[in-house]
Design a protein around this ligand. Structure first.
Ligand code: NAP
Length: 386
């Protein structure tokens, strides 16, 4: 009853626009407190980002793995685009990419690229985002950035809409998309943490070639062919051949002997979930899968978490799909989620070595939910279009 009433008032704030209702409905279902719902709806509607007209959108890094997915999602989700500008490096400038029935020419990014643009979806790496941030913001555009450049900046919201969508209200021209493995992880952790505080998480990842970009995907295909032809594979994109092989994540090793990817998971999870004291340790591994990452997750709570409740919570959580058939030993696989939006979770079980801990397994398409889809969801949240 309370929720319904709040829903009507929130609908009013959203301009009674059915297209604009979804984020508010999602917020409503996340938060029981009507006041918070009202506040968030009001902040979203009164933000300076235009929500009353189709947007002029630039995709910076449009030719990459994430960039191509961004184009597909803008079309698939009928994002209100007035003009789409495709930006990349001199390497691909002049090439064409199809979008929504048109052939668009890729332009080399330059000082004038962001004139009149409302929204920049960037996926061209950290140095490119750092290089163009000021130009983007001073042209009045909002930057939603897939790189790690600004994620830990206290002024930059780090957002997974299903987990902390309300954080977008604090942006100052830049909203960061978290690391792909982190997004997939918090999708499973957050609903459980809403029920019982989490004390510690131990995660091991199984990361596909696509996490290293479009060239790494092509390399895995080529090197696999080479091995099958009896040749010795020689990698150029990744440091070692992934064909019939795996290796610990190739990001730089830090002073504490964790790699950068592992430390991204540690720091970003704490920021997104607003749990600065959360214990989290990660081991990240690259595996010869073309697309979609997997994670083995051990979650220790402050007290025992009833298994049936965990299963029920996750089965009802936004963006989660439970794949669990113990009888037939069938649980999530990368192929289940490649090209799909949902994060597949399964094999939820009691940790036999710790009464307060649960084990689970998850798979998610890190180019979709781990990058492009999450960025588009943030943009949708900003305009209230879905
Ligand atoms: N792949 C994933 O699963 C994933 C997930 C989450 C976040 N991310 C992040 O998203 C970003 C892109 O990743 P990706 O996998 O899509 O990489 P990618 O396939 O290698 O694509 C990189 C894109 O950036 C463009 N680019 C490179 N240097 C540029 C420059 N100097 N100026 C303008 N454009 C430039 C490339 O253009 P050209 O084609 O012209 O070279 C290409 O469009 C990275 O920051 C990555 O960490 C990736």
């Amino acid at each position: 009853m309370g929720r319904s009433f709040t829903g009507i008032v929130v609908w009013h704030f959203a301009g009674s626009n059915p297209k604009g209702f979804r984020p508010f409905k999602e917020i409503l279902q996340r938060f029981d407190q009507p006041i918070i719902c009202l506040y968030l709806a009001h902040r979203l509607i009164t933000s300076t980002f235009p929500s009353d007209r189709p947007l002029k959108v630039a995709v910076l890094g449009s030719t990459g793995a994430v960039g191509q997915e961004l184009l597909q999602l803008l079309e698939e989700r009928s994002f209100p685009v007035d003009e789409l500008r495709l930006l990349a490096s001199p390497r691909t400038a002049g090439q064409t990419q199809s979008w929504n029935g048109s052939e668009l020419i890729v332009q080399e990014v330059n000082q004038n690229s962001f004139q009149d643009i409302d929204l920049v979806l960037a996926s061209a790496g950290g140095s490119v985002s750092r290089r163009w941030r000021e130009v983007i913001n001073s042209s009045g555009a909002l930057l939603i950035d897939n790189s790690s450049a600004f994620r830990m900046d206290p002024d930059v919201p780090l957002v997974v809409p299903e987990v902390n969508g309300d954080a977008v209200t604090g942006h100052k021209g830049v909203i960061a998309n978290p690391n792909c493995t982190t997004i997939l992880l918090v999708m499973a952790l957050a609903p459980l943490a809403n029920r019982l505080p989490i004390r510690r998480v131990i995660v091991s990842t199984y990361q596909s070639a696509s996490g290293a970009g479009a060239r790494a995907m092509r390399e895995l295909e080529e090197l696999t062919m080479q091995v099958l032809q009896g040749k010795t594979p020689k990698s150029n994109v990744l440091p070692y051949s992934l064909a019939f092989n795996l290796f610990l994540h190739n990001s730089p090793i830090q002073e504490n002997n964790y790699c950068e990817e592992e430390m991204k998971m540690v720091k970003e999870t704490k920021k997104i979930m607003n749990l600065p004291d959360l214990g989290l340790t990660a081991t990240c591994v690259r595996v010869p899968v073309l697309r979609a990452h997997s994670e083995s997750v051990n979650i220790e709570f402050v007290e025992p978490f009833p298994l049936h409740e965990a299963r029920s919570i996750l089965s009802q959580s936004f963006g989660i799909h439970l794949i669990e058939d113990f009888e037939n030993n069938r649980f999530p696989m990368p192929n289940d989620v490649a090209g799909k939006d949902l994060v597949a979770v399964g094999r939820i079980r009691q940790d036999i070595s710790n009464p307060n801990a649960l084990e689970l397994w998850l798979c998610g398409d890190q180019i979709r939910k781990g990058a492009a889809l999450n960025a588009i969801q943030i943009a949708e949240l900003m305009i209230g279009s879905k």
